[in-house]
Design a protein around this ligand. Sequence first.
Ligand code: NAX
Length: 331
Amino acid sequence: MKEINVLVTGAAGQIGYALLPRLASGETFGSNVIVNLRLVEIPEVVEKLNGTIMELEDCGFNTLGKVEAFSDIYKAAEEVDWALLVGSIPRGITINGKKIEERGDLLKINGGIFTDQGKAIGSKGKNNAKILVVGNPANTNALIGMTHANNASQTWMAMTALDANRAKAQVSSKINVPISEINQMIIWGNHSPTMYPDLDNALVKNESVSSIIKDEGWIKNDFLETVQQRGKAIIDARGASSAASAANAAIETVKATLTPTKNGDCFSAAILSDGSYDVPEGIIYGFPLRSTKEGKIEIIQGLEINSYAKEKLEITTRELLEEKEAVSELI
Ligand code: NAX
C-alpha cells in the first residue's frame, strides 16, 4: 500500500483532536493509503500527545501507520507530503507578563512560529508537499511560512473552507436547497471579518444564488454579517472556538486537492496571488480554486466581479497588505 507522511501542528489542541482520527481513518486519503502521522506540539505540551497516540491506536484504523510526537519542527518535517499547520498562539494569552491583545503583536508572535515551520518544511519536507495553514492569522502566517520555505515545488494554502461551508449553510436554510446543490461558493480575501462570500458567482443548478434569493437586503446585511462573524458567535455560544467544523473544513480542503474539481464548481482556499482579478501579487488571498487531473491547483479565471464585489475585494486586500506590512521584518 502507498504511504504518506502527514504533519499536524497544534496536535493536542481542540481542532487537532477532531482532525486526527479523520486523517487516520482512510476517509481523507483513501482506504488504500497508509497515513503516518507526525504530531507537533510545543515542549510544555508534547507529553500530552501520548494520550492522543493511545487513542488513535485504540481506534483500530487499518490505514494508520506510524504515529510520532515531536517538539522539534525540523525533525517532524522530514519527508512530509502534507503539513496541516493548526498550532498558533491565541489572542488574550499572557507571554512574559504581557497580555497579547493587539492584532499587530499577535501577527508578530505567530509570524515568528511560521518562520521556523516554513524553513523546516521547505528544507526537510518532500518536493510537491502541500501545506494548509489553519492557525490564525492564517493568510499572513501562510505568507511567512511560504517565504521561509523557499521551495517553489510546494503549495502553501490558508484555510477558508470553513467560511465557505458557513456561507453554504446560510444559503441552504434561506432558499431551502440541500447543501450538495450549492456550487462555486467563493470566499475572497482574508480569513477574517473582511472576507467576502460571493453569492453572485455561487450557483444552484447553474443559476446565480443571488438571483434566486432576490433579497438584496438579506445578502448585503444579514448573510454577510452572519458569515463574517460566525466564528465569534460560536465562541459566544459554546465558550470555545469552532473545532469540529474547523477540522471538517481542513479535511474537505485536503480532499478537494486530491480530486479533480468538476466543471461549474470550485473549492475555496487562500493561495499566493498571481495578480488574478486585480489582486496584488505577493499576498495569500482567498480565490476560487480547481484541482486538475494532473493534481495541480489553479485559480479559476473569468468570473464576473460587479462593482459592489470589487469594493469588498479591495477592503480585504487592504487588510492583507496592512498585515504584510506589520510583519515586514519576518518576510
Ligand atoms: P487550541 O488552543 O485548542 O490548540 C492550539 C494548540 O497549538 C495548542 O495545543 C498549542 O500548544 C499548540 N501550539 C501553539 N504553538 C505551537 C507551535 N509553535 N508548534 C506546535 N504547536 C503549537 O486551538 P484550536 O481551537 O485547536 O485552534 C487552533 C488555531 O486555529 C487557532 O489559531 C484558531 O484561531 C485557528 N482557527 C482557524 C480557523 C480557520 O478557518 N482558518 C477556524 C477555527 C480556528 O479558530
